[in-house]
Ligand binder design. Structure first.
Ligand code: NAP
Length: 294
């Protein structure tokens, strides 16, 4: 297989790092796009191969611009983007805002990744077979009635909860994936969403969480798979030729592709979420598919 250039956000720990290691071991160029550069450099030393690090803070529009400019300037290529990073700080209790005034989870986990992928779209389209992979959570199955609150996605006028904000952002990412899959009709680029199951977390990353939460996560860990196992799905979704025709699908561990639940694939709901998304970002989409074109 020709070496590919694969960008993984949040690749300094957990599943992202394990995926970077597996992809680099297959001889591909992997970009660890990370907020914490100290951890990114440590991960790069562990991964070896043709891995690179680059600064990317998905909570900051300026950082997303600087990163995508760097990719264009220094690499000029992107065959796959794995939008893995997510803001889920177990010690967070109150709403936190980005420097641009957005609720941080909504921006980091949804608006930021949309902006990132939008600004890399030209490179993905130029690739012989570009692949966009977003990451959602199997935990969404526990919230079957959750929807993206179109009037108040940033909890201005309703009680704030970190899990609600997190799952809302994951729902929006699923819908973004479905929307992308449609917009990309007629191109060689595919968009799929990896639905991550219960994966062992490194609790050292959250030193400030209370003891009861540590106990809860210790129990959860008994049923969790190691990041390396989940990462095999990331690597296959990014590279496996057998998956090249999968588009607009959920990909799960162990390897299985399936359809999205009804709300996440509802065309009207998707349109509303994406209209809100681009309005909040204040940009027009880099790619739009007109019905009847092709
Ligand atoms: N573990 C699970 O059971 C589980 C279940 C369902 C879904 N998921 C999803 O799987 C993905 C990977 O999770 P994981 O378990 O590997 O967790 P993890 O080890 O905590 O990794 C999260 C990564 O996201 C990065 N990140 C957070 N905020 C960021 C920002 N503003 N800009 C750039 N990077 C940022 C973190 O970087 P820093 O080092 O800078 O903090 C870290 O590298 C996430 O999308 C998560 O929602 C995980």
């Amino acid at each position: 297989m020709e070496p590919k250039t694969v960008i993984i956000t949040g690749a300094n720990s957990g599943i992202g790092k394990a995926a970077a290691k597996q992809i680099a071991a297959q001889g591909h160029r992997v970009v660890l796009a990370c907020r914490n550069m100290e951890r990114a450099k440590a991960a790069q030393r562990e991964i070896g191969g043709y891995s690179l690090t680059a600064q990317l803070d998905l909570a900051q529009r300026a950082s997303i611009h600087a990163f995508t400019d760097w990719v264009h300037r220094e690499l000029g290529k992107a065959d796959a983007v794995i939008s893995n990073a997510a803001d889920f700080d177990l010690s967070q209790k109150q709403r936190v805002f980005t420097p641009d005034g957005f609720e941080r989870i909504w921006f980091t986990n949804h608006l930021g990744p949309v902006l990132l992928i939008d600004r890399l779209m030209d490179l993905l389209i130029a690739s012989p077979q570009g692949r966009i992979l977003t990451v959602s959570s199997k935990g969404l199955l526990m919230h079957p009635f959750l929807t993206v609150n179109l009037n108040d996605p940033m909890f201005n006028d309703r009680p704030y909860s970190v899990p609600k904000a997190y799952y809302q952002s994951k729902l929006a990412q699923s819908m973004f994936t479905n929307w992308l899959a449609k917009q990309l009709t007629g191109t060689m680029v595919t968009a799929n969403c990896i639905r991550v199951t219960n994966v062992k977390l490194d609790l050292n990353r959250f030193p400030d969480i209370p003891q009861w939460m540590k106990n809860l996560y210790a129990i959860k860990a008994l049923f969790a798979i190691p990041p390396e196992k989940m990462a095999t799905i990331y690597a296959r979704a990014a590279l496996d030729p057998a998956l090249k025709n999968e588009n607009g699908r959920l990909i799960e561990y162990p390897l299985k592709t399936c359809d999205f639940p009804p709300y996440e694939k509802d065309p009207l709901c998707i349109e509303q979420v994406m209209r809100l998304t681009y309005r909040q970002l204040g940009i027009n989409p880099a790619i739009t598919y007109e019905t009847g074109s092709n």
